[in-house]
Design a protein around this ligand. Structure first.
Ligand SMILES: Cc1cc2nc3c(=O)[nH]c(=O)nc-3n(C[C@H](O)[C@H](O)[C@H](O)COP(=O)(O)O)c2cc1C
Length: 314
C-alpha cells in the first residue's frame, strides 16, 4: 500500500495505527472522567508543567485530575533479567513503577510532557521506557486510552528527536496517541509568551474528551508513528522508530516521500505480539539452552577486573 506523505489514507485503508485501530476506545471512546498528567521535568512551574496543566484544564471542570512528577518517582534502571516476559509476571524491581502503572490503568486519558534535553526527551522518560519490557505484553490493559504528548524545547533547531522519542511512551504502552506537539520556550513559563502555544495545547486537551477529535494533517511524517526523522540507505527511506519504509520520488519539480505502511507494523497488535511474545520468548529459550556456551565466550573477559567506583577510589 502506498501513502504519499499523508496519514489520511490510513483510516481509509483500515491500517491499524493508533488512530485507526480496532481497540475498544477507538470505535467509540469511553467517557473521559479521570485525566492523568505525567510531567518529566524537575522544574516547578516550568514549561512542561504549565502546558500539561493548560491541556488538562481544557478537558473541562467535570473531569477528575491528577498529576505525577515523573522525576520525583523512584524508577530504577531495567536489569535486563527478562523475568517479566510472561504476561502474568510483573517487574521484580521494587520501586514506583507499579504506582505509575496503576495510575495510568485508573485514568481514562493521559498527558505526557517532557522537555528536550540534549536533543532527546528528559532522562526519566528513557528510564520509564526501558521498563516497558514488563508491560509491553500486557499492554491490552492500557489499550486505546486517549493520550497526548507535549514536548518543550529551548533552542530553535535543537528539538532533535525528542518529540518522536517521547511519543514512544504512549505507543509502547498501547495508549491511543491522538496528538503531539513541540513548544518553544527556554525559561520557565516562556512558552506562554506566544499565545499560539496556549491555544494549541488547549486544543490538544479538548481532544482528550472529544471522541471525534482529528489531529491536523502534517506533511512529511511517518504515516504510522508520525516521526519526521528518517534513515536513507541510498534506495529506501526507513522510519527508525517503527521501520515503515518509503521512497523519495521526484515528479517534475516536486520531490516527495512515499510510504508503504504495513498493517502489522511495530505498534500494531500483531507487531507487538511478534516482538514481545514471539521473538523475546524465543530469545530467552535460546539463551537458556545455550547459556553454557555463552559462559565459555565470556571466560576470557571474566578475569579482566578493571572496574573502579567512588568506593574503590576513596
Ligand atoms: C540539561 C538540559 C539540556 C537541554 N537540552 C536542550 C536541547 O538539546 N535542545 C533544546 O532545544 N533545548 C534544550 N534544553 C532546554 C529545555 O528543553 C527548555 O528549557 C525546556 O523548555 C525546559 O522545560 P521545563 O521548563 O518543562 O523543564 C535543555 C535544558 C537542559 C536543562
Amino acid at each position: 500500500m502506498k501513502v504519499e506523505g499523508s496519514i489520511a489514507f490510513l483510516g481509509v485503508c483500515g491500517i491499524p495505527t493508533s488512530r485507526g485501530s480496532k481497540h475498544k476506545y477507538e470505535r467509540g471512546r469511553l467517557p473521559v472522567k479521570r485525566i492523568l498528567g505525567i510531567v518529566a521535568s524537575q522544574r516547578v512551574l516550568g514549561n512542561s508543567e504549565i502546558l500539561t496543566k493548560a491541556a488538562m484544564e481544557a478537558t473541562g471542570a467535570d473531569s477528575q485530575k491528577e498529576m505525577i512528577r515523573l522525576t520525583d518517582l523512584d524508577l530504577k534502571s531495567c536489569k535486563a533479567c527478562y523475568k517479566c516476559l510472561p504476561p502474568d509476571v510483573p517487574c521484580h524491581i521494587n520501586d514506583d513503577l507499579n504506582f505509575l502503572l496503576d495510575k495510568i490503568r485508573a485514568a481514562d486519558a493521559v498527558v505526557f510532557a517532557a522537555p528536550c534535553y540534549f536533543l532527546g526527551p528528559q532522562g526519566s522518560i528513557r528510564i520509564l521506557q526501558d521498563r516497558f519490557l514488563s508491560v509491553s505484553n500486557k499492554a491490552r490493559e492500557f489499550s486505546g486510552k486517549p493520550c497526548i504528548s507535549i514536548m518543550s524545547y529551548g533552542a530553535r533547531g535543537m528539538e532533535g528527536y525528542a518529540e518522536a522519542a517521547l511519543n514512544l511512551t504512549p505507543r509502547f504502552l498501547n495508549l491511543n496517541l491522538i496528538d503531539s506537539a513541540s513548544f518553544f520556550g527556554a525559561s520557565p513559563a516562556e512558552v506562554l509568551e506566544d499565545p499560539k502555544n496556549l491555544e494549541r495545547v488547549r486544543q490538544m486537551g479538548r481532544g482528550l474528551v472529544d471522541p471525534n477529535y482529528k489531529r491536523d494533517f502534517k506533511a512529511n511524517e511517518c504515516p504510522v508513528c508520525w516521526s519526521d526523522i528518517f534513515r536513507y540507505d541510498g534506495k529506501e527511506l526507513i522510519c527508525p522508530f517503527c521501520s515503515t519504509k518509503g521512497e523519495i520520488k521526484v515528479e517534475g519539480q516536486e520531490v516527495k516521500m512515499v510510504f508503504y505502511p504495513r498493517a502489522n507494523h511495530r505498534f500494531s497488535e500483531e507487531g507487538r505480539h511478534e516482538h514481545f511474545d514471539v521473538y523475546l520468548n524465543n530469545k530467552k529459550r535460546e539463551f537458556l539452552a545455550k547459556r553454557h556456551h555463552y559462559q565459555e565466550l565470556q571466560k576470557p573477559y571474566r578475569s579482566l577486573d578493571w572496574w573502579v567506583s567512588p568506593q574503590t577510589d576513596s
